[in-house]
Design a protein around this ligand. Structure first.
Ligand SMILES: Cc1cc2nc3c(=O)[nH]c(=O)nc-3n(C[C@H](O)[C@H](O)[C@H](O)COP(=O)(O)O)c2cc1C
Length: 316
């Protein structure tokens, strides 16, 4: 059973932070389909302390999605602590610190995966954030900078020593980005080295993959990212439905949640790309996706998905 500090989770499966995706509507959907915990998109510490409206909007949450974790990124310990305090005032159950993102716009300022090359700075950040908030603070890391400098084990021990309540390990290096394969052995080594819960992450595309990761590495939980996009059923035992009407109904539900919680009219492009993911397994799906992308209005998209919901298409 996955337990982080005082929090006991219904299952070991966690929705990963995915910038541009794990907003409130998608988190709610994944919680409904069985994710035990969902992590927000990464949220900038500077955006929070400057109270930028777009950043503050990312803190939207509702009781129904709890427990929820908000993820913070940045590289300045004082600013991170101030931002964590602001974040905590919005009521998440946990705060996660991003020490694994390889995106240039994050690492060029020393944040994300770059922090694995500056462990003293990372230590200071974890210590200050933990001291500032009363909720558990977790840390998400990679294996290390590159294959010649794998330091996840020492880094995880450092995080534990500074008060981290759990650690997520995506066992690729910063240099690997999202290429190559994960090295589950790194998760196993971290698990052996710390007493806090360890969540394994990377390339999990089914619950079976996740159970295998727990068996082979001993990790306490599994975080799923890309495998959940257009596929919230991944968190359910019975997996993706065979019935196209059921798939369309879930896409419609996702769209309804987006309309309820986000400024949907201004997000048509984003919504189309989300919806396409649900329709990827339909026969002739590339033609269907083209149709979706050509739709000029939200209303047409709604009508299209409703129509899919009333047609019974065989799914390849
Ligand atoms: C589009 C995208 C956005 C991501 N955004 C974040 C993020 O905001 N914070 C973070 O820690 N990791 C982020 N990641 C990394 C994922 O959380 C996860 O570690 C990675 O995708 C491996 O897991 P997966 O194979 O299950 O997708 C992102 C990955 C992708 C593909």
């Amino acid at each position: 059973m996955l337990k982080i500090a005082h929090l006991i989770f219904e299952s070991p499966f966690v929705l990963a932070p995915l910038a541009g995706y794990t907003n409130l509507p998608f988190r709610l959907l994944c919680r409904k389909y069985g994710a035990a915990l969902c992590v927000s998109e990464m949220i900038s510490c500077h955006g929070l302390v400057y109270r930028e409206p777009n950043t503050l909007r990312m803190l939207a949450s509702v009781e129904a999605e709890r427990p929820v974790s908000f993820q913070l990124f940045g590289a300045d310990p004082e600013v991170m602590a101030d931002a964590a305090e602001i974040m905590a005032s919005y009521g998440p159950d946990l705060i996660d610190i991003n020490m694994g993102c390889p995106a240039k716009k994050v690492t060029k300022r020393g944040a994300g995966a770059a922090l694995m090359t500056t462990p003293e700075l990372a230590e200071n950040i974890i210590k200050k954030v933990v001291q500032r908030v009363r909720i558990p603070v977790t840390v998400k890391i990679r294996s290390g900078k590159d294959l010649c400098s794998i330091n996840a084990v020492g880094f995880a021990r450092m995080a534990e020593d500074n008060g981290a309540a759990a650690i997520t390990v995506h066992p690729r290096t910063w240099a690997q980005g999202f290429g190559g394969t994960i090295d589950p052995d790194v998760i196993a080594q971290v698990k052996k080295a710390v007493t806090i819960p360890v969540i394994g992450n990377g390339d999990v595309l089914s619950l079976q993959d996740g159970h295998r990761m727990m068996e082979t590495t001993g990790c306490d939980g599994v975080m799923i990212g890309r495998g959940a996009l257009g596929n919230p059923w991944i968190f359910r035992q019975d997996q993706r439905p065979e019935d196209s009407r059921e798939i369309a109904a879930t896409a419609r539900e996702h769209l309804r949640l987006i309309e309820e919680f986000l400024s949907a009219e201004r997000m048509l492009g984003f919504i189309k790309s989300q919806m396409c993911r649900y329709f990827r397994d339909f026969p002739g799906s590339s033609g269907e996706r083209r149709k979706i992308f050509a739709m000029p209005t939200l209303q047409e998209l709604r009508d299209y998905i409703d129509a899919c919901g009333s047609r019974d298409l065989p799914i390849s």
